[in-house]
Design a protein. Structure first.
Length: 195
């Protein structure tokens, strides 16, 4: 039918033919986790708008509410993922694009890695790369143990592989969960997707 994208399970996708064409041009398929527990709906929308002006977003997952993993006295987190195509190196993507965006959106880094945050942007997968270097670990170890990352990843990137095991992401077993999907996030439809 020539549709530019379709909604499936509340996740926004570029058609498969468009994605295949994009991969042939030498860019890398990268999965980015997005989370917030300070005005999350507003801050995630701002982050998506800013990212879409800098990078080619090809898919946006549904977003899910989850309880804080380490500090019970925090507000709940809202988490989801996006899939992008980029020629940037993992280090450049993280430190030249994502970290400055976090700073622009008021992210304050403290010694407490589990503190509340306006926005959290993490590279979860970068093609088939495995990287363990100062300040960057790919794949992100939390991807395979945290349902709030795994479930949205399976929605939009289930055919990607865990480079550590060679298993497709869709084959990774989820733990029992009580994640609640965000019932409505209408402004996601306004995000410009790569063609």
């Amino acid at each position: 039918m020539g549709a530019k994208y379709a909604w499936i399970n509340r996740a926004l996708f570029v058609t498969q033919n468009q994605l295949v064409l994009k991969l042939k041009d030498g860019r890398n398929r990268v999965l980015i986790g997005i989370g917030s527990n300070i005005n999350p709906e507003e801050n995630i929308q701002k982050a998506l708008n800013k990212i879409s002006n800098l990078l080619d977003i090809t898919a946006i997952s549904a977003f899910y509410w989850s309880k804080p993993s380490y500090m019970a006295d925090q507000e709940d987190f809202l988490n989801g993922c996006i899939l992008i195509l980029t020629e940037l190196s993992p280090r450049s993507l993280k430190f030249d694009i994502l970290r400055p965006l976090e700073d622009q959106l008021g992210r304050v880094r403290t010694e407490d890695r589990n503190s509340s945050r306006t926005i959290d942007l993490d590279i979860l997968l970068y093609g088939k790369k495995i990287i363990q270097d100062k300040g960057i670990t790919i794949p992100d170890p939390d991807l395979f143990t945290r349902n709030y990352l795994l479930i949205p990843t399976q929605e939009i990137a289930g055919e990607m592989f865990n480079p550590l095991t060679g298993k497709k992401i869709k084959e990774i077993q989820r733990k029992r969960t009580n994640l609640q999907p965000l019932s409505s996030f209408p402004d996601l439809r306004k995000i410009r997707l790569a063609k």
